[in-house]
Design a protein around this ligand. Structure first.
Ligand SMILES: *[C@@H]1O[C@H](CO)[C@@H](O)[C@H](O)[C@H]1NC(C)=O
Ligand SMILES: *[C@@H]1O[C@H](CO)[C@@H](O)[C@H](O)[C@H]1NC(C)=O
Ligand SMILES: *[C@@H]1O[C@H](CO)[C@@H](O)[C@H](O)[C@H]1NC(C)=O
Length: 216
């Protein structure tokens, strides 16, 4: 290879890598949040919301809203927004029960709702825009408030599933072991036969040495 080619290859690689990482930027802003959360009446629940972006959060430009929607027909009420900093809009319905527990500098916009009530059920939406990213994104969390622990059945199902998977794996391993054993036995048998034929070849080998050599 010529000297130029040696130099060109790493250069092309770098350009390729650059394109690979550069192209999705600006398209890639994505918000992540669980679609469903179940919370027990009276407990605290964290509504998690994170995002990835090519750019570090700039407090002057960053935009975020957390909204709550009680029913399909209801309008969205914003309870947290961002204007140079996090602002709690202190909705009557939440009073002091909702708290910002994320950290925008590490792309975490999670909030925690304390002493969850049945009335808190509904859809919580986390909206994010992080300029210079040009597109905003949002995710909806459906909060369901329950008053008693989920039925026991769930754990029995888990036990049954676990046991079946475990049993299945045990059978697979057993079968593999048997197959291996049988193969080894066969191999040993073949080896023994080889030796036998070799020996046979040796004994009457003087007369026709080719015959012994022909055998595999
Ligand atoms: C929910 O919890 C509150 C306080 O913890 C209690 O007063 C209320 O009765 C509970 N509601 C239900 C339906 O369990
Ligand atoms: C939504 O509102 C419309 C009119 O405002 C009403 O006809 C409809 O039944 C409502 N739907 C629900 C699910 O409440
Ligand atoms: C948040 O709400 C404000 C006021 O309605 C709006 O101007 C802004 O664009 C919203 N931000 C996002 C990321 O949706």
């Amino acid at each position: 290879m010529s000297r130029e080619a040696w130099l060109m290859n790493p250069l092309l690689c770098l350009i390729g890598l650059g394109l690979f990482f550069w192209v999705p930027c600006g398209w890639s802003m994505e918000v992540t949040a669980p679609a469903n959360i179940q919370a027990m009446n009276g407990t605290n629940t964290r509504l998690s919301c994170t995002f990835n972006s090519c750019y570090k959060v700039n407090n002057k430009k960053f935009s975020m809203n957390w909204t709550y929607k009680e029913c399909d027909n209801c309008s969205e009420q914003t309870f947290f927004t961002f204007q140079q900093k996090i602002i709690n809009l202190k909705l009557d319905r939440f009073k002091d029960r909702i708290e910002f527990t994320g950290n925008p500098n590490v792309n975490d916009l999670s909030v925690t709702l304390r002493d969850v009530k049945l009335d808190d059920q509904g859809v919580y939406t986390c909206y994010v825009l992080n300029p210079p990213d040009r597109y905003s994104d949002h995710k909806k969390i459906n909060l369901q408030v329950i008053t008693e622990a989920p039925p026991e059945r769930d754990s029995t199902v888990a036990v049954i599933v676990g046991a079946s998977v475990g049993g299945f794996l045990a059978v697979v391993i057993l079968v593999l072991m048997i197959v291996k054993c049988v193969r080894r036995k066969k191999q040993q048998k073949l080896n023994a036969e080889d030796q036998k034929t070799e020996e046979e070849g040796k004994t009457d080998g003087e007369g026709s040495p080719e015959e012994g050599a022909k055998l595999p």
